[in-house]
Write a protein that binds this ligand. Structure first.
Ligand code: BGC
Length: 508
């Protein structure tokens, strides 16, 4: 299939085919997303297993036995939650280290490091005999997530032909959703395996890590990273191989030009603070805040409770995992299909309205009909469950994948790795904040929490409408000319910049 890449109709057209090799590289690299998703899904299940709690957190287990729970106030132990969140905190720090590795050694070795951290982390957590092993293991898993989430989206955005970049990048999010689904199923079945079910659950994370480790031996390095590190011939060869066409000169020249500018920037973090970096920097950070403040992780966490209310009884956890998890996976395909057709903005705007309606309906029904104790009527509960599912759909084709895609494609090369590291660490930070605060907020705000998230969705929808430009089809190294300069608001930072003032010559 020959795909001629045009940049919004106005930029240079780079010839490219969707080659089998690129497809294989995309699938293998995206396994990094499977590691992340599996971990998001597995922690909640494992920390709810009695065998696990008795072994590592006996006092938490003791207190849990006597906890008084109601519809809104679930057992909440900040210390136990901190154990889960330690992964996000470690990933937050690791992404900066990963960014340096990504620039100096390349995207591919960064992924290999990710899988090695992950494998050691899996060994330590699944084989833990004491809390120290468990926590060190968790921190190493966090390093794996930090390195993987840094390298994989960048890798995908750089090897994809511009016109298919969105869809190929979202394969990362697809793997995240598959990881969450598998982990939820593993949780459900291992919860009945005593006393070592938790070891099996944690050990399962080794599978994607091994696939990524061996898979990464056959994938290529991105042409951009090779050329950036002065491996021009190899970069050109790789570009020819992944594009599947002979005439790659124009794209090659664009990358070389981007690398020349990048090579003059000594400190990418300082450069990030300059006005010209502001558009992708601000958007990259806010997207993470918004992605987490859609309330997705909170809603997915609360879903089993809602399913129970509908009357699924003991099967609620399994059903909720299978139903919401499968909807999450399938709807991500919609994102893959649409992102390069309708564009990023359409998905963000459509889903803001869509998710807002869902949150409001859920909030209103709970506020009217669900007291502290007792349960919803069957009909109302069914409506709530349906809207939870519809809500998950909207997230899965918009703020979920685009939170990773947009920051990976909008920074110029000189700040791409550093800027994306800031975005990854912001994602980890806000995931941590929601994980740490959600149960207390639910207990304090009750159904009001859905109105809280609704308010955020309005803010993010407005932000998307006015400040997030369309990047569909624009070559990754051409954003400044095609996207930022013509933008009604962000252009002020571009016009004000004098490249020569900002560029710091290398001193070596
Ligand atoms: C988010 C996660 C979330 C997942 C749900 C990801 O993009 O970063 O926090 O759990 O999507 O599918």
């Amino acid at each position: 299939m020959a795909v001629v890449v045009s940049s919004n109709g106005s930029g240079p057209a780079f010839e490219a085919k969707m080659t089998v090799y690129v497809f294989v590289c995309v699938i293998i690299a995206a396994v990094g997303g499977l590691m992340f998703g599996y971990d998001i899904g597995i922690s909640g299940g494992v920390t709810a297993m009695d065998d696990f709690l008795k072994k590592f957190f006996p006092s938490v287990w003791e207190r849990k036995q006597h906890a008084h729970e109601n519809n809104y106030c679930k057992y909440d132990n900040q210390f136990l939650q901190l154990f889960t969140s330690s992964l996000y905190l470690a990933a937050l720090v690791a992404s900066f280290l990963a960014s340096a590795v990504c620039s100096k050694l390349g995207r591919k070795p960064t992924m290999q490091f990710a899988s090695i951290f992950f494998l050691i982390g899996v060994g330590l957590t699944a084989g833990a005999v004491n809390i120290v092993m468990l926590i060190i293991g968790r921190i190493l898993l966090g390093f794996g997530v930090g390195f993987g989430n840094q390298a994989v989206p960048l890798f995908l955005s750089e090897i994809a032909p511009a016109q298919l970049r969105g869809g190929l990048n979202i394969v990362f999010q697809l793997m995240v959703t598959i990881g969450i689904l598998i982990a939820n199923l593993v949780n459900y079945f291992t919860a009945t395996v005593h006393p070592n079910g938790w070891r099996i659950a944690l050990g399962g994370a080794g599978v994607p890590a091994v696939i990524l480790l061996f898979g990464s031996l056959i994938i290529c390095e991105t042409p951009t990273s090779l050329i950036e590190r002065n491996k021009h011939e190899e970069g050109k060869e790789t570009l020819r191989k992944i594009r599947g066409v002979e005439n790659i000169n124009e794209e090659y020249e664009t990358i070389v030009h981007a690398c020349e500018i990048a090579s003059q920037v000594k400190d990418p973090y300082r450069k990030l603070l300059k006005p010209a970096s502001r558009p992708p920097f601000i958007i990259g950070m806010l997207l993470q805040l918004f992605q987490q403040f859609t309330g997705i992780n909170a809603i997915m966490f609360y879903a089993p409770v809602l399913f129970q209310t509908v009357g699924f009884g003991n099967d609620a956890a399994l059903l909720s995992a299978v139903i919401t998890g499968t909807i999450n996976v399938l709807s991500t395909f919609v994102g893959i299909y649409l992102v390069d057709r309708t564009g990023r903005r359409f998905l963000l705007l459509q889903s803001s309205v869509h998710m807002l309606i869902c949150q409001l309906i859920i909030g209103i029904i709970l506020a009217k009909d669900l007291g502290t104790t007792g349960s919803l009527g069957k009909a109302q509960a069914l409506v709530v469950v349906i809207f939870v599912c519809v809500y998950v759909m909207g997230f899965a084709w918009s703020w979920g994948p685009l939170g990773w895609l947009i920051p990976s494609e909008t920074f110029p090369l000189e700040t791409r790795s550093a800027g994306f590291a800031v975005a990854v660490s912001c994602n980890m930070f806000f995931t941590f904040v929601i994980a740490q605060a959600f149960l207390s907020m639910l207990c304090g705000m009750r159904s009001g929490i859905f109105f809280f998230f609704s308010a955020w969705i309005i803010v993010m929808g407005l932000f998307a409408m006015f400040f997030i430009p369309e990047t569909k089809g624009v070559a990754i190294d051409d954003m400044r000319e095609r996207v930022w300069k013509p933008h009604w608001f962000w252009n002020r930072y571009m016009l004000a910049e004098d490249d020569h003032q900002d560029v710091e010559k290398r001193t070596e």
